[in-house]
Design a protein around this ligand. Structure first.
Ligand SMILES: NC(=O)c1ccc[n+]([C@@H]2O[C@H](COP(=O)([O-])OP(=O)(O)OC[C@H]3O[C@@H](n4cnc5c(N)ncnc54)[C@H](OP(=O)(O)O)[C@@H]3O)[C@@H](O)[C@H]2O)c1
Length: 302
């Protein structure tokens, strides 16, 4: 399995399990077993993914490709993007990596337009690229605010802005945005991240109303804590990370075990994109082990 690079240590640090560092260095991504697909049910479909070079985006790219879709994905790490592309093709799938930074309008436009040029149309977009900064609000710099909102919120706006004309030209399609359960619950130390993730829910709901009559469905997925480089502190040994994941899993509903694998989220994205879910639009679907449902009441023992 390919290995990823980290964007932050938010969830772990937020729980105080491993300190509160904001990580930017490389950390291994989870070993994956792949999304289980029933068939080549996306054969002939063209899928665009922002941030497909690791984690949830990579798992979703692999999932769609193994279900027969032609997948174009972007990210800034060219070497890694090419390795993911190669790996998907070796497994018999069709994928193209195109470098693009979602903060830069011209790069997002080029990524979208070139993908459509290459594969002829656009059916499904998964706007997934994101970063996380974990800090107390008053210690968050204006530059960190700008970078996070430019990536997580403005980046989604730019992707949608350039994708929608292609979806309309093709008679419809769909957009799925990767938000976070953090959009609907608070978490100390993550106010910046959660704000950026809530902003995109407004884009999803309004766009669902705006484009529904022209055949475009727009939805969001809200992952819970997922084992990717985003939350795994760099340099952490596997045994410590396994213990941390077990502790983090306690935020889930009892019985759902540890944190999610990227494939749990990818499986939900593929399901939402399927024709079976053709009645679903304007929805923010938590795939979060029950975190959004609330917290168990702990009563004092009598
Ligand atoms: N892991 C979790 O617990 C969790 C929970 C809820 C939601 N999410 C969301 O899931 C999404 C994917 O994150 P992940 O957990 O899979 O972590 P990850 O492995 O760090 O993946 C992040 C992806 O976003 C891309 N990216 C970041 N900044 C970018 C930029 N400026 N331009 C283009 N691509 C960019 C990265 O590619 P490059 O580095 O190559 O640019 C990478 O492919 C994020 O939106 C995150 O907020 C994650």
């Amino acid at each position: 399995m390919l290995r990823g690079a980290a964007a932050g240590a938010g969830a772990v640090g937020a729980l105080g399990l491993l300190g509160s560092a904001t990580a930017t260095a490389a950390a291994p991504a989870a070993a994956t077993t792949g999304v289980r697909t029933r068939s080549r049910r996306f054969a002939g479909k063209v899928v665009l993914i922002t941030g497909g070079t690791s984690g949830i985006g990579e798992a979703t790219a692999r999932g769609f490709a193994s279900a027969g879709a032609k997948v174009a994905f972007c990210g800034r790490r060219t070497e890694r993007g090419r390795a993911v592309e190669r790996d998907i093709r070796r497994s018999g799938g069709e994928a193209t990596y195109l470098p693009a930074d979602v903060r830069v309008p011209a790069e997002v436009k080029r990524f979208v337009d070139r993908s459509v040029e290459r594969y002829g149309r656009l059916d499904i977009a998964f706007n997934n690229a994101g970063i996380q900064v974990q800090k107390p609000l008053h210690e968050t710099s204006v530059a960190e605010w700008d970078d996070t909102t430019d990536t997580n919120a403005r980046g989604v706006f730019l992707a949608m802005k350039y994708q929608i004309p292609h979806l309309l030209a093709g008679g419809g399609g769909q957009i799925i945005v990767n938000s976070s359960v953090g959009a609907v619950v608070g978490r100390p130390g993550l106010s910046l991240y959660q704000s950026s993730k809530q902003a995109v829910l407004a884009l999803v709901k309004s766009a669902a109303l705006e484009y529904g009559s022209r055949g475009v469905r727009v939805n969001a997925v809200l992952p819970g804590i997922t084992d990717t480089a985003m939350i795994r502190p760099p340099g952490l040994d596997d045994a410590t990370w396994e213990r941390a994941k077990t502790a983090l899993g306690k935020l889930n509903v009892d019985g759902l075990g540890t944190v999610a694998d990227p494939e749990h989220i990818a499986t939900a994205v593929l399901a939402m994109a399927g024709d079976e879910f053709g009645y679903l639009t304007g929805v923010a679907l938590p795939v979060d082990g029950g975190i959004a449902a609330g917290r168990r009441m702990l009563l004092p023992e009598s």
